[in-house]
Ligand binder design. Structure first.
Ligand SMILES: Nc1ncnc2c1ncn2[C@@H]1O[C@H](COP(=O)(O)OP(=O)(O)OP(=O)(O)O)[C@@H](O)[C@H]1O
Ligand SMILES: [Mg+2]
Length: 347
């Protein structure tokens, strides 16, 4: 009897998981083990049978390449759930890779949510997480998770600033004494930059390229501002008029021009957040710097650009894409952090 209970307790501990339900990537953390999964937030479904054909990387390769009976979708847009059923299928499939489905092993799940989310959107996240088999759901604000995951000292009486530029949203927050003092969230991030590139190339070269090619160019040779190491690359697309395949050469300069309005907007809202910050805390940030995280933080020279605009030191976090899931993981491993940083929803 005694040993049975011990086994059960151990099971409960190892069944706690954390999820960063991002627009571009879903990341999962298993308590006691660390980050155990990263997969693109894409699902491929058979339209006729409703069956899931592929998730993650495999499904991402199908985007824009499916026959009529298959649909490959990104069910999250702008940081929130756009397609409830598809998100549930995606989450269930990924969670079952970590914890095999069984009646007796429902996990407790901590999931990060953007700060600008509405009540309806928040309930959709809860619904999806319960629908994927959770026993309890804890919600944790993404900026708080990102700050903890970037190893910022959020508990002390000093201002720190975190900026998380993901695929769907850019979130900025000033934190002090474990709370959010000022924050803003905008739906201009990596995806918007990819769209900008597609539009620019269409206008400039009369060539239509896919979003995947645009993202690749952004990652390989994109930048927020010019430098000595600017590059070129060739992209395959389709000519707008002839409809035939065409290869074009784009430069870093092209991409800077394409993305400049969106990058300016991110910087404007970042400055606005600083303006909403009490002067004492702004002085702390001036000293300690602004920390950038999220995949978008890796855009070349973005740190330099933001530093020039704000006049503050800017640093990119170590492994910027994993800050949120690391913060969610810290909360899972430490019950005090968990209680302070999350809201519990018990079914
Ligand atoms: N080197 C790079 N330069 C510029 N952008 C990059 C780079 N590497 C990744 N990205 C972009 O980062 C974005 C993904 O970042 P991240 O994984 O933080 O998003 P997410 O957490 O899924 O989204 P969100 O938090 O908005 O819901 C994508 O738009 C991707 O193109
Ligand atoms: Mg994110």
């Amino acid at each position: 009897m005694k040993s049975e209970r011990k086994v059960e307790n151990m099971g409960i501990i190892s069944r706690d998981i954390g999820v960063d339900l991002g627009t571009s990537y879903i990341r999962i953390y298993l308590k006691g083990h660390g980050m155990v999964l990263t997969e693109p937030a894409v699902v491929a479904i058979n339209k006729i049978t409703g069956e899931v054909l592929a998730v993650g990387k495999q499904a991402k390769e199908m985007l824009g390449r499916t026959p009529d009976n298959i649909v490959a979708v990104r069910p999250l847009k702008g940081g929130v759930i756009a397609d409830f059923e598809a998100t549930k299928m995606l989450m269930s499939e990924l969670i079952s890779r970590i914890i095999p489905k069984s009646l007796f092993s429902k996990p407790r799940i901590v999931v990060s949510i953007p700060s600008g989310i509405t009540d309806v959107e928040e309930r959709a996240v809860e619904g999806v997480v319960y629908g994927s088999g959770a026993k309890d759901v804890f919600l944790m604000e993404e900026v708080m998770a990102a700050a903890i995951g970037s190893k910022l000292k959020v508990e002390v009486a000093e201002g720190t600033m975190i900026v998380d530029i993901g695929g769907g949203t850019s979130e900025m927050a000033v934190l002090s004494l474990g709370g959010i003092v000022a924050s803003n969230s905008i739906k201009i991030a990596g995806d918007a930059l990819d769209n900008d590139i597609v539009e620019y190339i269409k206008k400039q070269y009369n060539v239509i390229i896919g979003l995947g090619e645009a993202e690749e160019a952004k990652i390989q040779i994109g930048a927020a501002m010019a430098s000595m190491t600017d590059e070129k690359m060739t992209i395959k697309g389709r000519h707008l008029v002839t409809g035939l395949p065409q290869t074009i050469t784009v430069t870093t300069e092209d991409l800077i021009a394409a993305m400049s309005d969106s990058i300016k907007e991110i910087a404007r809202v970042l400055k606005l957040t600083l303006e909403q910050t009490p002067p004492e805390l702004a002085a702390d940030i001036m000293e300690r710097g602004i920390v950038l995280c999220g995949g978008g933080a890796q855009l070349k020279n973005l740190d330099r650009y933001i530093s020039e605009i704000t006049g503050m030191p800017v640093y990119v976090a170590e492994t910027p894409t994993d800050c949120v899931i690391k913060g969610v993981g810290s909360a899972l491993e430490n019950i005090t952090v968990l209680k302070k940083a999350t809201k519990t929803k018990r079914k």
